[in-house]
Design a protein around this ligand. Sequence first.
Ligand SMILES: [Zn+2]
Ligand SMILES: [Zn+2]
Length: 365
Amino acid sequence: MSENSDGVAQVALFKGVGMPFELCEVPITNTANTVLVKVSLATICGSDLHTVSGRRGAEVPCVLGHEVIGTVADRTDICSVDGKPLGIGDRIAWSLTTSCGGCHYCENKNLPQKCQTMFKYGHAQGVGENVLTGGFATHIKLRKGTTIYHIPDSINDAEAVPINCALSTVVNGLQQIGTRSGETAVIHGAGMLGLYAACFLREEGYKVVAIVDKNESRLQIAKQFGATHTFNADTVSTEEIGTILKETTHGYGVDLGVEVSGAPSALPNLCGWLTIGGRCVTLGYVYPLDSVPLNLHQLVTKCISLKGVHNYHPHVLKSALSFIENNRMKYPFSELIGQTYPLSKINAAFEAAFRQDTIRVAICP
Ligand SMILES: [Zn+2]
Ligand SMILES: [Zn+2]
């Protein structure tokens, strides 16, 4: 048993909209059927902001934070998904969701990320011994059914931390809609997911990768991540963007649309910019919103394939780790992590994240 097993962990409790995070200490109890992890670094994801602002409901109290990596802190019988033992000190990344492997969605739909007994880290009510469930803490406890991988030594913590949410979600979504070398794409949203989508598509052989956002500094960063065209939706109209995209695609329109902004206008705009026979994947509407004015006539007459994707198949995490390992010298992934705050300053960290000065704000316990 390590020194941690009988120690205490510190967690930042989210207690409701408009209330500050509350730091508290909880005793650590661990068994061989769980994996106790010492958190190395966590980042504030857009979903965390949705929860804190009340756009998305949460059962409180709750330890938020699901973009997180750490090191194994105690002995465990659980192995990585590759069958390797998890030794104390090993750097690991894990799937956002657990799955049982036997329910209707796991077995018949190949959607283990929607498992009927699924548990989602950083989204659960934390009470009693089950409070170590989120990344904004010194420790997190992983359950059976979690897909765990060792992080390759070549990937540093800043590069690794958003892999298990932002990058895996993007890779899964793009694999689901299908990518084809030589195609053209337009991405709505130049946040973390949009930037990952841009470089992923370039590596898949996309010639044109346009990206749309209202934040000019994000659009500048997008150029470093392979975007060939950037459009500021505050200064260029939807129609003008459509005209330029048509000119860029020999008059046809774009082959692939990627919605990662969650903006109500995103999906209608993307469908308008697509070619006949175009495809569109939507990932950003992770909070309930009023009906979107989608032109269904256009959807039908342009023969558009539209696919919604939520969470990701846990095995995608391996592709995501490989993508960073293979492309880390080409794109400045670690620069996407801006200021890093200690856990004790989590309220200031969230204020910074809401200001959106940087792509990601990190918390290092
Ligand atoms: Zn997330
Ligand atoms: Zn299941």
